[in-house]
Design a protein around this ligand. Structure first.
Ligand code: IMP
Length: 199
């Protein structure tokens, strides 16, 4: 099995990736290889995913997989967007980020609460790979007025999935991985990697 580094420190994401990549790659983490995070200075999910993948591959010397993801709300002109993990100030404070989004949207009527999770996934064979594989997928939903469900992470408890009439925190991890932005992007990436005989 090919060894790759997963360029993320987000526990929720790492868990989802490990489940989906089990048996396909030997996945090592940033801490396994003492890799320092790169500053996310891009303006798009794709730019940030590329920065993370190149940085992890440069520091570890092995192929890297990175995702940059977040929630994009129409009535907020796409916010929190690439700033989803640090929306309320502190990086990775899911509770505060979710509360801030609920507060910002307090006066927004039901019809205008549409948005989507977005995921850009990048795979590089090496740090300077001139032909990275780049995949983007979205997952349509609505922002609720209060939380429901205990599964998942981040904004899952306030993200209502109309096709399943549940929040994404009320879906099982198998259900979520099957239909989510990250699940769909990873399925497409694996198809591309197989096509190129990389896995
Ligand atoms: P990143 O690790 O810099 O890409 O930040 C991603 C942030 O977007 C996370 O901290 C979450 O707040 C949010 N996010 C991304 N994907 C999901 C998801 O599947 N469920 C809930 N929140 C998510």
């Amino acid at each position: 099995m090919k060894k790759i580094i997963l360029a993320s420190n987000n526990k929720g994401k790492i868990k989802e990736f490990n489940t989906m990549l089990d048996g396909i790659f030997e996945v090592v983490s940033m801490s396994d290889m003492q890799v320092e995070e790169a500053p996310e200075i891009g303006l798009t999910f794709v730019e940030n995913a590329l920065i993370k993948a190149r940085n992890a591959s440069a520091q570890s010397g092995i192929p890297a997989l990175a995702d940059d993801s977040g929630i994009v709300v129409d009535v907020l002109n796409g916010e929190p967007g690439i700033y989803s993990a640090r929306y309320a100030g502190n990086h990775g404070d899911d509770e505060a980020n979710t509360q801030k989004l609920l507060d910002e949207m307090q006066s927004i009527p039901d019809k205008k609460r549409t948005g989507r999770f977005w995921c850009a996934i990048v795979f590089v064979e090496h740090a300077n790979d001139p032909t990275p594989i780049i995949i983007q997928r979205g997952w349509e939903g609505e922002i609720l007025r209060e939380k429901a469900g205990e599964n998942g992470f981040g904004y899952d408890p306030i993200f209502y999935v109309p096709t399943h009439k549940k929040t994404s925190a009320e879906l099982s991890s198998e259900q979520k991985n099957d239909i989510s932005h990250r699940g769909k992007a990873l399925q497409a990436l694996l198809a591309e990697l197989k096509h190129k005989s990389i896995c």
